[in-house]
Design a protein around this ligand. Sequence first.
Ligand SMILES: CC(C)(COP(=O)(O)OP(=O)(O)OC[C@H]1O[C@@H](n2cnc3c(N)ncnc32)[C@H](O)[C@@H]1OP(=O)(O)O)[C@@H](O)C(=O)NCCC(=O)NCCS
Length: 183
Amino acid sequence: MITRRLVIREYTTADTPAVQENVRDASYWEHHATEPPSAEQISALILWAVQEQSIKPRINYYLASARKDSGVIIGEAVLRITDPVHRQGEIGFGIGRKYWKQGYATEIGACLLHAAFSHFKLHRVLGQCAPDNKASIRVMQKLGMAREGMMRDTTFARGKWWSSVVYSILEHEYAKIGKLTQT
Ligand SMILES: CC(C)(COP(=O)(O)OP(=O)(O)OC[C@H]1O[C@@H](n2cnc3c(N)ncnc32)[C@H](O)[C@@H]1OP(=O)(O)O)[C@@H](O)C(=O)NCCC(=O)NCCS
């Protein structure tokens, strides 16, 4: 998939060092209910992403986001078909620390919503993050997603309970505003 500045494409195992570099900074994991993964765990994740590419029917799209001009991977784009029968999906994004606040997550999110509604014909797409992940919440708001609420204390990790705020957008809402958020 092509956006204004990015190519959103399948991972290959050759991308592993670039992903490791992008998620190396501890601030990337500040709002995640997980310990920062080891280099081996990142390798396993990319291998998993590659294996998912040939699973049919496919439900996990864990994709690389690379600059169109240089090919440099600036982050990841995630689309999961969480319930094909009821046409439910979830999007996610992560950007390497040095590329934050340049509109990349919003560009990726707009592209994922376009795919979710136009290609996969989903009815509802959600996104979720920790309540204090202000940048992620802002991105979901910019994408036209509405806050549904907060799931409280869903995970105990790193010595504390974590909650999750949920945002979503429905197909008829996207039909109205989708074009505006296309980048
Ligand atoms: C959340 C994340 C994806 C945002 O990526 P990004 O490319 O910087 O996002 P964008 O540039 O498209 O938009 C960020 C918006 O949040 C705002 N923002 C950033 N940090 C903020 C903060 N601490 N408080 C309030 N707003 C903030 C920016 O100003 C911008 O809004 P604006 O366009 O109205 O000015 C990125 O910070 C990241 O990868 N974090 C680590 C992984 C993660 O948390 N992923 C998502 C949750 S699972």
